[in-house]
Design a protein around this ligand. Structure first.
Ligand code: PLP
Length: 404
């Protein structure tokens, strides 16, 4: 009989969002008159910027005529988009990344999972705790972990890097040496960032230990403070040890449009083997490119108008973040994040567990957030609120929480 990939059986159920949905549905059925405010979603709500929509319309029109119709996109993406990425995301920040080091894709979620294809099953991975669950689950699927411990859900063989209040939510170097290190800054779920000087230490550590860093910079557009790297390639030596994942989802509202890219520098080698070559081979075999219309939309994000309009959208969400942060601080809550990221990481009051606080907020204020423990054991006693709603709803939700 055929065999399944038994690694899938090690996966723990993804109860977080389904449990939230069922609790909210039950509350709503019992309290039909209540207006529930949702600060739990990680999805954007503003429509695409006009510059993006215009570019898409033009591209649709091109597809309607034989002279301008496009079929399969070139491997790695159209040059017009890759050169805009090189210029605006890298050269402008002093990072010399070439067009052939950029691989356009349908988003950072798929790339963060697919990147495992080019790494051996024997590699030991290190992930932050709490963590965006995709890094961990895709490594479970790929056979790079043992079984999960039923007590705390931690997988055997994985090196966890706790990001705690005491360490400013910055991971500390582990005592065991990892081969692959996943880092994400600005961070989901904590909303915290790492100073460039601290990130440089991780780059130095990776170079010294012959590890590779997979750096997820999906929230780069939310960085407001100086001294924080917008790309890991601002750090010296990073091109020799890091792959960077980027997304158009949160900086330009492409969550439903789908576009991202991965940077695999040519200097990144494993002995004699180029990781850029391996990723090019992987992508050309298993991926047929992001749609032309969407790549034109992505190009428009880098136009003068596009940059201004998408910046305004990010500013809108950051105004929400400030509203949550300031409101909750004034009400006596301990809150983190929200300064360089659209996520606020709130310490639950009175030692409540993350789920107790979820119930408390839903039942007493009709506000929905995400329990921190759903992102890993170190997220216990924390709670994630997001800034992606409307300003009016955000303000109303904060007022309700402050009245509790
Ligand atoms: N990386 C992080 C850290 C995220 O939080 C998300 C989405 O929430 C993604 C990647 C997914 O990005 P995309 O929409 O480009 O797949």
């Amino acid at each position: 009989m055929f065999r399944i990939n038994e690694n899938y059986l090690k996966l723990q159920g993804s109860y977080l969002f389904s449990t939230i949905a069922s609790k909210v549905a039950a509350y709503s059925a019992a309290n039909p008159q209540k207006d529930i405010l949702r600060l739990g979603i990680g999805d954007v709500t503003l429509p695409l910027a006009p510059a993006v929509i215009n570019a898409m319309k033009e591209a649709v029109e091109e597809m309607a005529h034989p002279e301008t119709f496009r079929g399969y996109a070139p491997d790695g993406g159209y040059e017009f988009l890759r050169s805009a990425i090189c210029e605006h995301d890298y050269r402008s920040r002093g990072a010399d990344i070439g067009i052939d080091e950029i691989f356009v894709s349908d988003g950072a979620k798929s790339d963060s999972g697919n990147i495992g294809d080019i790494f051996g099953v024997q590699n030991r991975i290190a992930v932050c705790d709490p963590v965006y669950p995709v890094y961990l689950d895709t490594n479970v699927m790929g056979g790079r972990t043992g079984q999960a411990d039923p007590a705390d859900g931690r997988y055997e063989g994985v090196i966890y890097l706790p990001c705690t209040e005491e360490s400013g939510f910055i991971p500390q170097f582990p005592s065991e040496r990892p081969d692959i290190i996943y880092l994400c800054f600005p961070n989901n779920p904590t909303g915290m960032t790492i100073p460039k000087s601290e990130l440089q230490k991780w780059v130095d550590y990776a170079l010294e230990n012959e590890s590779v860093i997979i750096y997820d910079a999906a929230y780069e557009a939310y960085i407001r403070e100086d001294g924080i790297a917008h790309t890991i390639y601002e750090c010296e030596g990073a091109q020799k040890c890091a792959i960077e994942l980027r997304s158009f989802s949160k900086n330009a509202g492409f969550t439903g449009t789908r576009l991202g890219f991965t940077v695999v520098p040519k200097q990144l080698m494993c002995g004699e083997v180029s990781l850029n070559d391996l990723w090019a081979r992987r992508q050309s075999t298993k991926f047929n490119g992001a749609p032309y219309i969407v790549q034109r939309a992505g190009e428009a994000v880098y136009s003068e108008e596009g940059r201004r309009q998408t910046r305004e959208q990010v500013d809108y969400y950051m105004r929400n973040a400030a509203c949550i942060l300031d409101g909750l601080k004034a009400a006596g809550y301990t809150v983190y994040g929200g300064v360089n990221a659209p996520y606020i990481w709130l310490k639950t009051p009175g030692q409540m567990t993350s789920w107790e606080f979820f119930d408390h907020l839903l039942e007493r204020a009709a506000v929905v957030g995400t329990p921190g423990s759903g992102f890993g054991p170190a997220g216990e006693h924390f709670f994630r609120l997001t800034a992606f709603g409307s300003y009016e709803n955000t303000k109303a939700a904060v007022e309700r929480i402050c009245r509790l």
